[in-house]
Design a binder for this molecule. Structure first.
Ligand code: FES
Ligand code: FES
Length: 186
């Protein structure tokens, strides 16, 4: 595939499916995804900490995979799917299970790191579905994030609780599916 050549002095239209909605805005080739989301689109849930890939505060999902938005150019996400922390709660503002668990376990204080941590956890919980992880795995996953106020113990507790709850729901659903299916298999 030939790479598209972009003029450095021109603003280019970047089109994405952002949190399930088609959005478009202009970006110079050097503009970071963090700046584009916050300043051009107004999606300010994504935070900017170190701006060089260390703290994890800017983490978003690009095509379902957690990535640093401060290490990504806006033009790189053209025609792709981007999900930010704003995608987690319902339209009516109902927190999802992960956000609810963070609240319950006091897994945030100032909340600056939280947007990025929630997005990494969302991706990771999807990838490990079908099993309950060890605490050490949660800690390893979180090692890509810096939180300067909460401490990691409540964050680990919150993630473990969601992993266990999702595992139980999935198991119950598959048991129910099997029992519904049996009469037809006989
Ligand atoms: Fe992107 Fe710190 S702001 S990793
Ligand atoms: Fe303040 Fe993590 S809750 S930096």
């Amino acid at each position: 595939m030939t790479a598209k050549k972009l003029s450095r002095d021109t603003k280019h239209t970047v089109s994405v499916c952002l949190n399930g909605r088609d959005r478009q805005a202009l970006a110079e080739p050097r503009m970071l995804l963090t700046d584009w989301l916050r300043h051009e689109i107004g999606a300010t849930g994504t935070h900017v900490g170190c701006e060089h890939g260390v703290c994890g505060a800017c983490t978003v999902l690009i095509d379902g995979v957690a990535q640093r938005a401060c290490m990504t150019l806006a033009v790189q996400v053209d025609c792709r799917k981007v999900d930010t922390v704003e995608s987690l709660a319902s339209q009516e503002g109902q927190l999802n299970d992960l956000q609810t668990s963070f609240k319950k376990h006091h897994a945030l204080q100032c909340g600056f790191c939280t947007a990025g941590i929630l997005m990494s956890c969302s991706d990771w919980l999807e990838r490990i579905k079908g099993r309950v992880p060890e605490q050490s795995e949660v800690r390893e996953m979180l090692s890509g994030h810096l939180c300067r106020c909460t401490g990691y113990t409540p964050i680990v507790a919150a993630v473990m609780e969601v992993a266990q709850a999702r595992y139980s729901v999935r198991n119950n659903e598959s048991a129910q599916f099997k029992s519904n299916k049996e009469p037809f298999d006989a």
